[in-house]
Design a protein around this ligand. Structure first.
Ligand SMILES: *[C@@H]1O[C@H](CO)[C@@H](O)[C@H](O)[C@H]1NC(C)=O
Ligand SMILES: *[C@@H]1O[C@H](CO)[C@@H](O)[C@H](O)[C@H]1NC(C)=O
Ligand SMILES: *[C@@H]1O[C@H](CO)[C@@H](O)[C@H](O)[C@H]1NC(C)=O
Ligand SMILES: *[C@@H]1O[C@H](CO)[C@@H](O)[C@H](O)[C@H]1NC(C)=O
Length: 433
C-alpha cells in the first residue's frame, strides 16, 4: 500500500512538471482574454494558470525557456501562428531514487518488473508475483522451531523461481500406473541389522560422491548412473570401479524423455538394460541435451571409449530392475549389494536443508511440489530417531557434503514408496561370490 501511494505521488508530481508544455493545460485564453500585451513588467499583466501565474509582457520572452509566458503569448503578442503541441515527455518509472524509461525491466528477487506506459501516458511497474525458491518463512521458522533439521539460505538458489527449481533441480516425471504396480522383492531375511550402515565406509572408494546436476532436470539420469557405478564397483570387488556418466541418458535416451525438463525412471532403467552406459571420460556430463555420439548396437570400443579393464568390451548394462517396499528389504539390499535408487516428493522447504534429519515442515509454499530421484546409501539412528542417508545431486556444498538424512520407516515425503534395486552385468571373472 505504501508503495502504491509513493508511486501515485511520484506520478502526480511528474504530471505537474510536464504541465507547462503538456497538452493538458487548462484551455486559455490568457493574454487573448484582454488582448493586453505589456512592454514592462506589471502585476496586472499576468494571468492565473494552475496554481501560479503566467505573463504577457516582453520580459517573459527574455528567459531562455520562455516558460513563464502564457501559452498564448507568441500567438497574441508576437502574432505567431500557434505552435504545434509538443509531444509530452515520456514519464519515467522510479525505483529507489532511480528513473527507468518505459520498457525497462528490473528484477525483484526472482520476479521481473517492467515499466509500462498506460494509454493515459502514465507509467507503472508491472511485476510478476511467483513464489521464489528461497523462502524467508522457511529460513526463520525451521531454525526457530528447534526441530530435527536446520535450514540454510543457499546462494545458488537466489533469484530463482520455485516453479522453475522444481523442474530444473529435480526432473523425475510422474510414475505411470504400470510402473507403480511393479512387483516388489521380499527377502524374508531378518539378519541383525546394524544400527548404522553407510556404504561409504563399508566400501571405501567404491561409492560415488554427490554430484551436481546443474540447472537441468536430470536427477533421474544422475541417480541411476551413480547407483549403477556404485554397484559395478561393489559387485566386481573393485575390478570395475568407475564413474558412469548420466549424460548418455540425456543425449541418447531421447524417446519418451524430456531431457533437462525431466525423464521417466522406468524408461531410463530399460535403456540402461538394453543400451547400457558409458563412463564419464567417454561422455562427460554437461547438464544439457547434446547429440548422441553412439550407434545403438555398438560396443564400448566401437563407441571410442577406452575401458581400463581390458576384458570389458560391452557397455555397462544392468539386469531387470526390481522394487523394494519394506524398510527391512531396503536395508538388506543396500547391505548386500549397495546403494539403491529412490524418489521423494519435494516441497519448498526441502531446498533449504542444511543438516539433521529431514521431515517436511509445512513452512513455505505447500501447493507446488515435484518428484526427485535420489540414491540411498545407508541408514542410522540418532537417539532412537531413525533415518536414511541419501545422496542428493545439488553439489557437495548443499546439505551434509551433498548428502541428507531423512526420517526412516515412516515413508517420509514418500521416500520409501518407490525404491529400486538392480543387478549389474560385471565381467564374470570378477563377479563377487
Ligand atoms: C522574443 O524572443 C524571440 C526569440 O527568442 C525574438 O525573436 C523576439 O524578437 C522577441 N520578442 C520581443 C518582443 O522581445
Ligand atoms: C539470503 O541471502 C541473501 C544474500 O546472500 C540475502 O540477500 C537474502 O535476503 C537472504 N534471504 C533471506 C530470506 O534471508
Ligand atoms: C543447452 O543447449 C542449448 C542448445 O544447444 C543452448 O541453447 C543452451 O544455452 C544450453 N544450455 C546450457 C545451460 O548450456
Ligand atoms: C508413501 O508416500 C507417498 C507420497 O507421499 C504415497 O504416494 C505413497 O502411497 C506412500 N506409500 C505408502 C506405502 O504408504
Amino acid at each position: 500500500m505504501a508503495n502504491t501511494l509513493h508511486l501515485l505521488a511520484a506520478v502526480s508530481c511528474l504530471t505537474l512538471a510536464a504541465a507547462y508544455w503538456g497538452p493538458d493545460l487548462p484551455p486559455g485564453p490568457y493574454c487573448g482574454r484582454t488582448n493586453e500585451c505589456c512592454s514592462d513588467r506589471r502585476d496586472s499583466c499576468a494571468h492565473r494558470i494552475l496554481d501560479t501565474l503566467c505573463y504577457c509582457d516582453q520580459f517573459c520572452n527574455h528567459t531562455a525557456s520562455h516558460d513563464d509566458c502564457c501559452p498564448d503569448y507568441p500567438e497574441v503578442c508576437l502574432g505567431r501562428r500557434p505552435e504545434e503541441v509538443p509531444v509530452p515527455l515520456k514519464q519515467p518509472c522510479r525505483h529507489r531514487g532511480q528513473l527507468f524509461m518505459p520498457g525497462a525491466v528490473r528484477m525483484e528477487d526472482c520476479n521481473s518488473c517492467e515499466c509500462v506506459e498506460g494509454q493515459d501516458g502514465l507509467t507503472t511497474w508491472v511485476c510478476q508475483s511467483d513464489p521464489c525458491l528461497v523462502s524467508g518463512e522457511v529460513l526463520a521458522r525451521v531454525s526457530q522451531r528447534g526441530g530435527s533439521w536446520r535450514a540454510y539460505n543457499y546462494t545458488q538458489f537466489q533469484g530463482k523461481k520455485l516453479k522453475d527449481g522444481l523442474v530444473y533441480y529435480l526432473g523425475t516425471l510422474p510414475l505411470s500406473r504400470e510402473t507403480q504396480r511393479m512387483g516388489a522383492i521380499r527377502y524374508n531375511k531378518e539378519p541383525d541389522y546394524p544400527a548404522h550402515f553407510d556404504s561409504r565406509s563399508r566400501w571405501p572408494r567404491y561409492i560415488s560422491p554427490a554430484r551436481d546436476q546443474g540447472w537441468c532436470g536430470a536427477d533421474w539420469a544422475v541417480a541411476l548412473a551413480d547407483v549403477v557405478s556404485d554397484r559395478f564397483a561393489i559387485q566386481s570387488n573393485g575390478a570395475e570401479t568407475l564413474a558412469l556418466s548420466p549424460q548418455v541418458f540425456l543425449s541418447c535416451n531421447r524417446r519418451g524423455q524430456q531431457g533437462c525438463r525431466g525423464g521417466h525412471i522406468d524408461v531410463a532403467w530399460s535403456f540402461a538394460k538394453s543400451h547400457g552406459l558409458v563412463d564419464e571420460e567417454c561422455l562427460p556430463y554437461v547438464a544439457n541435451v547434446t547429440r548422441c555420439p553412439f550407434r545403438p548396437r555398438h560396443d564400448l570400443v566401437q563407441d571410442g571409449c577406452r575401458p581400463r579393464n581390458p576384458q570389458r568390451t560391452s557397455r555397462y548394462k544392468v539386469g531387470p530392475p526390481s522394487r523394494l517396499k519394506r524398510e527391512e528389504d531396503i536395508m538388506y539390499d543396500i547391505m548386500e549389494s549397495g546403494p539403491v535408487q529412490a524418489t521423494l516428493t519435494v516441497h519448498q522447504d526441502f531446498f533449504h536443508y542444511r543438516d539433521g534429519i529431514y521431515r517436511r515442515s509445512h513452512y513455505g509454499d505447500n501447493k507446488l511440489q515435484g518428484l526427485h530421484a535420489v540414491r540411498i546409501v545407508g541408514w542410522g539412528e540418532d537417539q532412537g530417531d531413525k533415518y536414511w542417508i541419501v545422496a542428493n545431486s545439488w553439489g557437495p556444498e548443499w546439505g551434509e557434503n551433498g548428502f541428507f538424512r531423512i526420517a526412516r520407516g515412516v515413508n517420509e515425503s514418500g521416500i520409501e514408496s518407490f525404491v529400486v534395486t538392480v543387478l549389474v552385468e560385471v565381467i564374470e571373472a570378477n563377479r563377487r561370490k
